[in-house]
Design a protein around this ligand. Structure first.
Ligand SMILES: [Zn+2]
Length: 296
């Protein structure tokens, strides 16, 4: 005698049919049906049933067994589908990490907006510390606005000693978090781009040179950048916000002492502090409202 088995849970329904002692000749299944047993005709039906009890019609003796709750069925199915992908990720993620090793070139890059901003400065002639510091502070502001690093900017100028005027030579911005590199402070990126431009490891110029280099940083340098400035050897370092301003919002500037600046001066690097300090500190405070304070 032909029997019809109706069910709404796809392959589960077929399992039910297979378990049925009196195997039906037809299965009316919901849209999730996938497995078609060979001994019955399967009719796919574009409907989803909510209660398994509604799916059985006619002779209820042929209902093979009670169906598990719908939520349990979906949960088991999700686990079955997702588990292989999780296992695959567990296996492949360590491989991706180990793929970045010493053979991979380390790239230090500036954000596109900073490259574009630098181009707008090419023709400008700078005569005062305030004019040059305004560039460093603007870089720090834009870095916060573009969320491309911490609230620190730096600009290095080439000074023509015959006219005592300066032109932009290189720029830098804090890139610590975007490039996963704790050393990429604004000063370090500006110094490194300047040295690459010069194709030399130092900004120090000869005594009879007609030019020298001036570094403007939106905040007094940390311990690392003091050392980096010492080795790079610009003729002058001009600072905006103070070490206290940076530490007030949680940044750790490291072991910086008055003697550190004496060391710079003794190595021929003139230090000027507090230029546009209020404007530079305002950027730090703005960043503190939403930005991440690393090395705190
Ligand atoms: Zn630094």
């Amino acid at each position: 005698m032909d029997q019809t088995f109706r069910h709404g849970y796809g392959s589960c329904s077929h399992h039910d049919a297979l378990l049925c002692e009196k195997r039906p000749n037809e299965i009316v299944s919901g849209r999730y049906g996938r497995l078609n047993p060979s001994f019955v005709k399967v009719t796919e039906q574009d409907s989803v049933f909510r209660d398994p009890r509604d799916l059985y019609t006619g002779n209820r003796d042929h209902a093979p067994h009670s169906h598990p709750p719908v939520a349990l069925c979906l949960f088991v199915r999700t686990v079955v589908i997702v588990t292989p992908y999780i296992l695959m990720l567990c296996v492949t993620l360590p491989w991706f990490h180990s793929g970045l090793d010493s053979s991979t070139p380390l790239v230090i890059s500036l954000p596109d907006w900073l490259i574009a901003y630098e181009k707008t400065l090419k023709e400008t002639i700078y005569r005062t510390n305030e004019e040059m510091m305004a560039v460093a502070v603007e870089i720090s502001r834009l870095n916060v606005e573009h969320k491309s690093g911490g609230p620190f900017g730096c600009a290095i100028f080439e000074r023509d000693l015959s006219t005592n005027t300066c032109r932009i030579f290189s720029v830098g911005a804090n890139r610590v978090m975007p490039l996963h590199n704790s050393s990429l402070h604004g000063e370090m990126t500006a110094l490194q781009f300047a040295e690459r431009k010069l194709q030399h490891f130092s900004l120090k110029t000869e005594k009879d040179s007609p030019k020298e280099y001036v570094m403007c940083t939106s905040c007094e340098p940390c311990a690392q950048c003091l050392g980096g400035t010492l080795w790079a050897g610009p003729a002058e370092m001009i600072c905006g916000a103070s070490k206290d301003d940076a530490e007030a919002i949680g940044f750790n500037e490291g072991p910086v002492f008055p003697e550190s600046y004496v060391s710079l001066e003794e190595n021929g690097i003139k230090v000027t502090k507090g230029v546009l300090q209020k404007e530079a500190a305002a950027i730090l405070n703005q960043y503190a409202e939403t930005g991440t304070i690393y090395n705190s």
